[in-house]
Design a protein around this ligand. Structure first.
Ligand code: ASP
Length: 422
């Protein structure tokens, strides 16, 4: 495989890509603050960028998962990695929501508000767990690919990969075909990412122009708490899990994933960030392709640490704002519902808000609460998506290490010319 990356962290022309993206982000905030709503004019540049990465998602997930499975001939290994990922993903999500609830209890963000609920609403269109599980199998895989139903695509890709392995020799041309296509998708990701600084600049200018201070001030406590919780959780993932549990340098982890974090922050979509996450995991962190392409797409779909944390804070904010007392059983229900609901939620902008309606209704909280925060949801979505993606990458790194599929030289940035591990 002639995939030689010149430098794990830097782009070809001196300035590292992540640094260019950061500059784009800061410049965007400034332009948005200066020009206000008229910054909307440059939003199409951001939309162009989002469309370009969205274009990659379906073929990238599909090919990389098929290749991920076919490169893991050993089915016990695949089962083990799958199980480990799910356990890690669900545990970190439960920790995240507990952090959110803890902050909500301690800081009481909604205590100053005295809202009255008109009715206790019915749940909106949140899928139930049973629906989610039943809907896992696509009746028509091409339809699932066309509709971009990620969970169904994952199931079909896993099935196809396993079948190709079982067929053996006869299926080799097909395996080669998918390997070639996956490589092409990685290459396209690299090209699209070169455009990231400009896309990020435009998106940030639009967001900061749209949400002036006036809109943010009344809800500043909720925003502050969600951001504080997100920072705490990222520190827990990096310092606690990567550092103490994985015995790896957290600073290298953070540095290696910054490109993906900025893309997550600006696009508010973990599925959309997937190409960048795979790139960071393989090129910067040194996790093998087969682990990254198996664990990350799963994470982008089922792992939502940031979203769960946000739900913890928001559920308490709304309970306090409407003067509803929650019992210990309610807290446990919130933790269980948010953790399980995260499996069925797509990593797309605003999905967390819909999930929030599910969490609120299971403990009988008024759904009007959603209306109060819907206006600033994008600001919260930026933080939670970044945490979602950080969680995915953390789990991928630890699984890579535990399976002996982590290139430590690359992780520590000692040897920059090594080819990417398959
Ligand atoms: N936007 C989030 C994501 O893509 C989901 C959410 O809305 O919480 O990860």
């Amino acid at each position: 495989m002639e995939n030689k990356i010149k430098d794990g962290v830097s782009s070809a022309k001196g300035m590292p890509l992540w640094f260019k993206i950061l500059i784009g982000m800061v410049a965007g905030v400034i332009v948005g603050a200066v020009f206000g709503e008229s910054s909307e004019l440059i939003k199409p540049i951001g939309t162009l960028f989002i469309s370009a990465i969205k274009m990659l998602i379906v073929p990238l997930i599909f090919c990389s998962l098929v290749v991920g499975v076919t490169s893991m001939k050993d089915t016990t290994k695949m089962g083990r990695i799958g199980l480990k990922s799910i356990v890690f993903y669900l545990t970190t999500t439960a920790v995240a929501i507990s952090i959110g609830l803890g902050l909500g209890i301690f800081f009481e963000p909604g205590a100053a508000l005295n809202m009255v609920a008109s009715t206790t609403n019915e749940v909106k269109a949140s899928p139930s767990l049973v629906d989610t599980l039943v809907g896992l199998i696509p009746k028509n895989p091409i339809g699932a690919l066309a509709a971009g139903n990620i969970l169904q695509i994952i199931v079909f890709a896993l099935g196809l990969g396993i079948a190709l392995n079982l067929v053996g020799e006869k299926s080799e041309p097909v395996v080669k075909f998918f390997e070639g296509l996956a490589e092409a998708m990685y290459k396209m990701t690299e090209l699209v990412m070169k455009f990231a600084p400009y896309g990020v600049f435009a998106l940030m200018a639009w967001v900061s122009g749209k949400y002036g201070l006036e809109l943010l001030l009344p809800l500043i406590k909720v925003i502050g708490l969600v951001y504080l919780g997100c920072i705490l959780h990222v520190l827990f993932l990096g310092g606690g899990l990567v550092g103490l549990f994985g015995k790896l340098n957290p600073k290298r982890f953070y540095k290696g994933i910054i490109e993906a974090q900025v893309i997550a922050f600006t696009t508010t979509s973990s599925s959309g960030t997937l190409p960048a996450s795979i790139k960071c995991a393989t090129e910067n962190l040194g996790v093998s392709r087969s682990i990254s392409s198996f664990v990350l797409p799963m994470g982008a779909t089922i792992n939502m640490d940031g979203t769960a944390l946000y739900q913890g804070v928001l559920a308490l904010f709304i309970a306090q704002a409407f003067g509803v007392d929650l019992s210990t059983a309610d807290y446990l229900t919130i933790i269980a519902t948010a953790t399980l609901a995260s499996i069925g939620t797509a990593g797309v902008p605003g999905a967390g808000l819909i999930m929030l309606s599910l969490v609120l209704s299971t403990v009988g909280l008024p759904l009007e609460g959603i209306a109060i925060v819907a206006g600033i949801d994008r600001i919260l979505d930026m933080a939670r998506t970044t945490v979602n993606v950080t969680g995915d990458l953390m789990v991928t790194l630890l699984i890579g290490k535990s399976e002996g599929e982590l290139d430590l030289e690359r992780f520590n940035n000692k040897q920059t010319n090594a080819p990417i591990n398959d």
